[in-house]
Design a protein. Structure first.
Length: 442
C-alpha cells in the first residue's frame, strides 16, 4: 500500500486512528450491554463513553506499551485505562482479544466494501454511457486474435457492463457474508459473557452475530470475500487487456486519452503508450495475490491460532486500497477512451470481405451443396485473399469478386444471392435485443 496507488478515503479506513476508534466502540458497546444486564455499574459504562468517546488515542503511547507487553490489544486497553481511570476495570469483561480484532476487521471490511460499491457504480455508469454512444459503431470481432465476424464497439462495452454488474452482485453478497460480529469469549463458548452482549454489539456496529465462533470468526467468510475481490480484479484486467490490444499501432481502434504535455517515452518522443491499462493489469495481479493466502487462512488449529493474523494485517488494507484505486482508474480510462470508428471500418475491410464467409457457406448448404463441399469452395476463395494480404498487408484480391468468378459457386448461387450475403447490417441486427437484455432499465 503506497501513496502512488492509494486514495485517501480508503486509506483512512485502515489507519491506526480508525482501528483504535473501532476497538473502543466495540468495548464501549459491550459495556453498555453488560450494564443493562447488571454485570457492571451503569455509571461506569457512561464514564467509559464520556472519557473514551472524546479522547484522541495516542498512537505512539500504544506502540510504546506494546513494545513491552508484546500484545496489541492489551497495549490499547492499558492506554484506555490511562484515559478513563478506575472505571476502566470494567472494560473487556469476559471478552478475549479476538472478539475485538475479528469484529473490528469485519467492520473495516464492510466500510471498505461500501467504498468499492460506490466505485463500481461509477464504473458501470461510465461503461453504460460509452456502450450507448457506440451501440452501432461497427468493428471486427476477433477470435484467437484473428478477424472473425463484425460486432459493434457498443457490444464490447455492453459485455463489460454485464460482467461488472455481476461483480457488483458478488460484492454485495461478499459484504453480507463478512458483516458478522463475535463477542463470545475464550474458545467461543460465552462462558464468561452473555450472548446478549454479542447481539447488542453486533446491532450497534451494523453487523450480525456470528452463529458459532471458535474464539475467532470462521475464515471461510474471509476466503470468499477476498476471492470475490480477486474475480473483480480479473474482470478489470480483461477490459484493460482488450484496450491494450485495440491500442496497438497495427490496430489502433481505440486509445487511452493522451493529455496535453503528456510524454510517452524518455527516449522516443513519438510514443503514446497504454500505460494506464498496463498499470491496471499489474494492479489486478496484486489483488489476486491475496486470494490464496486467504484460502489458506481457513485451516486454523483447533479453536484458534494466529497464523491468519499477519496475513490479514496486510491483505486487508492492501487489496481494498489497490482495488479501490484500480476501479477508479478504469472508470477514468473508459470515460475518456478515444474511439476511432473509421479505423475500425478500415481494419475490417483489409481482408477484402472475408468476414462474410460464413454467410456464403450457409447459403451454399441451403442451396443444395454438402457442408464439406461448401466449406471447400468458400475456403479456396478465402485463401486467395489471405495470400494477397500476407504479401501486401492489404488484400488486393476481393472475396466477392473471387466468388462471382468461381463457376462451382455459381452453380448454386446467383450474383444477387452472393451480393446479398455481403450486407454488413445482417451481423448487427440483434444488437438492440442484446442491449435490452443488458440494460434492462434503458
Amino acid at each position: 500500500m503506497i501513496p502512488r496507488y492509494s486514495r485517501p478515503e480508503m486509506v483512512a479506513v485502515w489507519s491506526p486512528e480508525s482501528k483504535f476508534r473501532i476497538w473502543f466502540e466495540i468495548e464501549a458497546h459491550a459495556c453498555d450491554a453488560l450494564a443493562e444486564l447488571g454485570v457492571i455499574p451503569k455509571e461506569a459504562a457512561q464514564t467509559i463513553w464520556k472519557k473514551g468517546g472524546n479522547a484522541t488515542f495516542d498512537i505512539d503511547r500504544i506502540d510504546e506499551i506494546e513494545r513491552e507487553t508484546k500484545h496489541d490489544v492489551i497495549a490499547f486497553l492499558t492506554h484506555l485505562a490511562e484515559i478513563v481511570g478506575p472505571d476502566a476495570r470494567f472494560v473487556h469483561q469476559g471478552m478475549t482479544s479476538s472478539d475485538v480484532l475479528d469484529t473490528c476487521f469485519n467492520v473495516q471490511l464492510v466500510k471498505a466494501t461500501d467504498l468499492l460499491l460506490a466505485d463500481m457504480d461509477a464504473l458501470l455508469a461510465a461503461i453504460k454511457r460509452r456502450a450507448i454512444e457506440h451501440k452501432d459503431t461497427v468493428c471486427i470481432g476477433r477470435s484467437h486474435g484473428i478477424h472473425a465476424e463484425p460486432v459493434t464497439f457498443g457490444l464490447k462495452m455492453a459485455e463489460a457492463y454485464a460482467e461488472f454488474d455481476r461483480c457488483r452482485t458478488r460484492l454485495v453478497n461478499a459484504r453480507e457474508e463478512i458483516a458478522t460480529c463475535a463477542i463470545s469469549g475464550a474458545v467461543g463458548t460465552f462462558a464468561n459473557i452473555d450472548p446478549r452482549v454479542e447481539e447488542h454489539v453486533a446491532k450497534a456496529m451494523g453487523l450480525t452475530a456470528e452463529p458459532v465462533s471458535t474464539q475467532v470468526i470462521p475464515r471461510d467468510r474471509h476466503a470468499m470475500y477476498f476471492a470475490t475481490l480477486g474475480v473483480i480484479a480479473s474482470s478489470i484486467e480483461r477490459v484493460a487487456t482488450e484496450i491494450r490490444h485495440l491500442q496497438r499501432t497495427e490496430v489502433l481502434e481505440a486509445e487511452e486519452y493522451f493529455s496535453k504535455g503528456q510524454k510517452g517515452s524518455s527516449a522516443m518522443p513519438h510514443k503514446r503508450n497504454p500505460v494506464l491499462t498496463e498499470n491496471l493489469t499489474g494492479l489486478s495481479r496484486l489483488v489476486r495475490m491475496a486470494v490464496t493466502p486467504a484460502m489458506e487462512n481457513v485451516a486454523l488449529w483447533h479453536e484458534r491460532d494466529i497464523s491468519h493474523s499477519s496475513v490479514e494485517r496486510m491483505i486487508g488494507p492492501d487489496t481494498t486500497v489497490t482495488l479501490d484505486f484500480a476501479l477508479a482508474r478504469l472508470t477514468g480510462v473508459i470515460d475518456k477512451l478515444m474511439v476511432y470508428p473509421e479505423r475500425m471500418v478500415g481494419n475490417m475491410d483489409r481482408l477484402g470481405g472475408l468476414v462474410h464467409s460464413q454467410r456464403i457457406l450457409l447459403a451454399l448448404t441451403q442451396a443444395g451443396s454438402s457442408r464439406e463441399d461448401a466449406y471447400r469452395l468458400v475456403q479456396r476463395n478465402a485463401m486467395k485473399v489471405w495470400n494477397s494480404y500476407q504479401t501486401s498487408g492489404d488484400s488486393e484480391v476481393d472475396f466477392l469478386t473471387e466468388l462471382l468468378n468461381d463457376e462451382d459457386v455459381r452453380k448454386y448461387l446467383s450474383e444477387t444471392e452472393i451480393r446479398d450475403r455481403f450486407d454488413l447490417g445482417y451481423h448487427t441486427k440483434h444488437v438492440d435485443t442484446i442491449f435490452a437484455r443488458v440494460f434492462k432499465d434503458s
